[in-house]
Design a protein. Structure first.
Length: 239
């Protein structure tokens, strides 16, 4: 009597066989691929060297780019510094020009006292100027009185200022004391030997339209003559 013998194979043996076949197939395919590339003239070593060279060139390019950016930043900063220095220098030159102009004006002023074109003795109205005040309808004034140096005596007296214009379509005049410029009806007192600068301010009525300013110098010394001079209403900027 014959017997049927059944042998059971391990599952792990089957799986190992399948895995081996897969690996073998992969190696076979890879070998075929490499063989094809080799036959086509592809050199793995040369390709690797080329890749390294490209990477090196890229690094150098990036380094040069960073260097150029740094140099550009330095140049921009230098340009800013040069511009600032130029502006400072330009401001200094402008300031010196203004100082020179002031010195020239001051020199001309003193020359007018020391060696006046008009060598006659007595008081003189050297200068008069108006400028805007800090408040509305307020005006600052400056009057320069002089006398020649060789007079050698003290000049004393009063300066009267009067603003002439229109109010309500009619002529109208206001004395300095009526405009709050002084409380003295006689005007502003002066006393000097060579020159004196009289300064002050006044406020005009809102509806008053000024046209000119009349100045009168009334000396107390009988040897000096009374001076009267009219100036057009010209207002400069506030100093």
């Amino acid at each position: 009597m014959s017997h049927l013998v059944i042998k059971r194979r391990s599952v792990w043996h089957s799986r190992a066989a399948i895995a081996g076949m897969v690996v073998f197939g992969f190696l076979l395919a890879w070998g075929a691929f490499e063989l094809g590339r080799y036959r086509a003239g592809f050199d793995v070593v040369a390709a690797s060297d080329s890749l390294s060279e490209l990477e090196r060139q890229l690094d150098e390019g990036e380094q040069q780019q960073r260097t150029l950016r740094e140099e550009n930043a330095i140049l921009e900063r230098s340009t800013q510094i040069e511009r600032q220095a130029y502006k400072q220098l330009e401001g200094t030159v402008t300031g010196l020009q203004d100082e020179i102009l002031e010195l020239k004006e001051e020199l001309a002023f003193y020359r007018g006292i020391v060696s006046p074109k008009d060598s006659s003795q007595g008081l003189k109205l050297q200068d008069f100027a108006l400028s805007k005040g800090v408040q509305e309808h307020q005006y600052d004034f400056k009057v320069v009185l002089t006398q020649v140096l060789n007079s050698g005596r003290l000049a004393r007296g009063d300066l009267q200022l009067e603003v002439e214009g229109l109010q309500g379509g009619e002529g109208k005049s206001y004395a300095l004391n009526q405009l709050g410029g002084t409380k003295d009806k006689d005007g502003l007192p002066f006393s000097f030997k060579y020159f004196q600068i009289l300064e002050g301010d006044f406020v005009l009525p809102e509806e008053f339209e000024p046209i000119k300013v009349n100045l009168t110098v009334k000396p107390k010394n009988r040897a000096d003559k009374k001076l009267t001079q009219a100036f057009d209403w010209v207002v400069g900027e506030r100093n």
